[in-house]
Design a protein around this ligand. Structure first.
Ligand code: ADP
Ligand code: MG
Length: 327
């Protein structure tokens, strides 16, 4: 059961459209795959590289998992969350990512909130027989969600509400994909595809100079069929959708994008939001933020930003493209 869900999650992530227009046949020695960040990840290098480069990708991913994970008790994030309000000294990178989280929390007026951890802790989407928390418990946890509780002084981070907790789940994979790209570029790699559980970043083009074609999944379609696709090179594509991590109970779908006001899944008419832009961190943060803002406010935000495209799928399975989207 667990395995089945996990597989579904991995395929739900995002589809790389292969076949004649797709990637060259996978060469195992050129691909690093792993299960990290609660999902399946892969880094596929299309140029010929030394084995050490793949090893370097693994080292980098494991370093970030150990820094940012909410469930690893020794991570920098867990140390902040369990410090009972006492300042904890963390790395420059953790400070930087928390600050990014605060930026999107402010931008969304708190619909996105990087201190969602007390609420996230109440939901186990991978349990054998998952149940929603009581509305009272959810509301009590939501009472501790407020990004303004984060106090940063140099590299010391504290939470002014000791019951508060940081969760970087909505932005960490984007940040890590960007760092993998930097690393690969330094190693002389010119063509690669990074896929962290559907958080996709293309380094350059395919070897023949053509774009990558990245499928956007049809919501709730177990076969993983794409409804549409986007062509990218040197860009990232990230989707936040309610079908990625959810359970159904008594006919209701409970998914993993949570409303800081209620402690329950965010309710609106969206199935998914896909963002296409240069930085994977921006794409990851905006996909979750736009989902939480809903269709009207989310699309308005995208149309105000330069160099950012979006594809929203509403619960009538309609596909909506942002104004500047080039089909
Ligand atoms: P994925 O988990 O598939 O990468 P997202 O990037 O959309 O998808 O992030 C969802 C994750 O973000 C959740 O699993 C949780 O860790 C966190 N999260 C849930 N609700 C919120 C919220 N309102 N604000 C910030 N982060 C959230
Ligand atoms: Mg996200």
């Amino acid at each position: 059961m667990k395995y089945k869900k996990f597989t579904a999650l991995a395929t739900a992530a995002m589809l790389l459209m292969t076949g004649c227009s797709g990637l060259p046949k996978e060469r195992d020695s050129q691909t690093y795959t792993d299960t990290l960040f609660d999902t399946v990840i892969s880094v596929q290098i299309l140029d010929s590289v030394d084995e050490d480069v793949l090893k370097g990708c693994e080292t980098l991913c494991k370093k970030y998992d150990a820094m940012f994970s909410r469930t690893n008790e020794d991570s920098e994030i867990s140390r902040i969350n369990s410090a009972g309000g006492v300042p904890v000294e963390v790395s420059d990178e953790t400070v930087k990512l928390i600050k990014k989280g605060i930026y999107y929390s402010e931008l969304s007026g708190g619909a996105f909130d990087i201190t969602i951890a007390p609420v996230v802790n109440l939901w186990d989407f991978q349990a054998e027989d998952p149940v929603p928390p009581s509305p009272e418990d959810a509301a009590a946890a939501a009472g501790h969600v407020n990004y303004k509780n984060i106090v940063i002084s140099d590299n010391k981070v504290s939470l002014s509400d000791p019951e508060a907790g940081i969760d970087l789940g909505a932005i960490a994979k984007g940040y890590i994909a960007d760092r993998l790209k930097d690393y690969l570029e330094k190693q002389g790699v010119k063509h690669a595809l990074i896929n962290l559980g559907g958080n996709v970043l293309a380094l350059g083009t395919k070897l023949d100079g053509s774009d990558y074609n990245i499928g956007i999944q049809k919501p709730f379609d177990e076969s993983g069929n794409p409804v549409t696709s986007v062509r990218i090179s040197d860009q990232s594509v990230v989707t936040s959708g309610i079908y990625q991590r959810y359970f159904k109970k008594d006919g209701t779908i409970y998914h993993h994008i949570l409303d800081p006001a209620t402690g329950y899944p965010c309710k609106n008419n969206l199935y998914s939001v896909t963002i296409i832009t240069d930085s994977s961190l921006t794409a990851d943060a905006l996909s979750t933020t736009c989902f939480l803002l809903g269709y009207d406010r989310g699309m308005k935000l995208i149309d105000q930003l330069d160099n950012v495209d979006a594809v929203f799928i509403t619960d009538d399975n309609e596909i909506h493209y942002s104004s500047n989207f080039q089909k």
